[in-house]
Design a protein around this ligand. Sequence first.
Ligand code: 5GP
Length: 195
Amino acid sequence: MSIFASIFCPKIRHTRLTENMEIKDKVFEKFIEGNDIAKRIKAIAKSINMDYNGKSPLFIAILNGSFMFAADLMKEVDISATISFVKVASYNDMESSGNVKQLIGLAEPIFQKDVIIIEDIVDTGRTIKKILNEFTSLGAKSVEVASLLRKPLASSADVNIKYLGFDIPDKFVVGYGLDYDSLGRNLKDIYQLKV
Ligand code: 5GP
């Protein structure tokens, strides 16, 4: 883990805000304000601008959940850069009897590029590991991860998130691009499932 992520990444453990939001059959409470998200994104972009000074990284945003984070992050990146978008499709492989994740829509050549993956949230770390392996095998010069959120399980998954927004508890969250049953992506704050 980078010094940046380990020292400056805020750990959000408790719900600090009380505004409730009903989405379908569930009640969520406000958890991270849009203003705080914006501040973290500015800090992340500042680090990226310094780390990639003189390079021209290729950002790859993982849709759908990262669309808002990606848009706001890119507005703060002031070095030469390109961005592309991919999706991760899950399907059940009968032979391996597991849920297999496949990357779709990768149109950009990755070979010899400095890649920064933009992800909304890392939970078990399975998705990001799959993507990291794929980009590495395609010959990327370097691959780093920028994730807005990280849940506790990710730390046992041995995934290095160089640019991290917030460490959060293991509770379902929605808003700022993240959905509950396709709803809530448009919310400018992040909400946590109320139990
Ligand atoms: P992982 O492979 O790390 O277990 O899962 C990562 C993916 O699971 C994320 O990209 C996201 O789509 C989904 N996910 C994990 N936790 C949450 C959550 O709390 N809320 C929402 N909306 N999606 C989540």
